[in-house]
Design a binder for this molecule. Sequence first.
Ligand code: 1GP
Length: 254
Amino acid sequence: MEFDWNGVTHVTKVDPAKPLPGDLGVLAGTDLILVGGSDGVTSENTLDAIGELESAAPDVPVFQEPYSGDHVTRETVERADAVAIPAVYNGDRANFVGKHVDLFTEVARKPEEVLGSSVPFVGDAIREQATEAIVDLVGSLFGEGYVVQNPDATAAATAGVAGTYTPDQVAGAALATEAFYGFPVFYVEYSGTYGGTEDVTAAARYLEETTLLYGGGIDGEKRAREVLEAGADAVVVGDCFHDDPAAFRATIPE
Ligand code: 1GP
């Protein structure tokens, strides 16, 4: 997946299961939009949200961030600029390996959906064409190394999080992301609550190539600045985009 993360300091997380704010002009200045939630997400509401966001903010890249392979269809992959798939270190096995292999298995066994259902699957040339088309299609999918640090968040239940990580473990997960798994993003997720800067500081120490995202409880300029100064490359802002447009505006760095 080719995307230039340099200069991305503010990310808006849009939950497609929630109503969008009336004035999408508030998005001016955000660098990237992630469309994803932890409950009630479907491929249909994802496509609806992508459509509205693209019209309102045509210059801002829009990524899909699914928590289940059911949300990912050929259409969502084609409409979104990329698909960011969380790999939750402190989740259950399904959320680090299982869902990912299931998704790619589903894609791999449906070449007719990639080339069109009328294509007769006979002969090596057609098979090769199908394989290339599939490799092309999945080229916009990438993994996000993810830690869910608010045990009460819906995201924690959805990802099978049994316990949160200590700052030392967060640092370890960050180092593994950078040096071993090679995901382009490491995401410290406190969804719904502010986690402070300790985890960000711990993770930032080991990340050079990897983009460090922090999300959770960013509700204005002060917390956004704190987290960025602690070493996050970007803040992710979710709830207050939906609930408080004025506060949301203040989270976007000047
Ligand atoms: C949620 O990290 C994001 O996935 C943002 O969190 O909703 O608390 O802003 P908030």
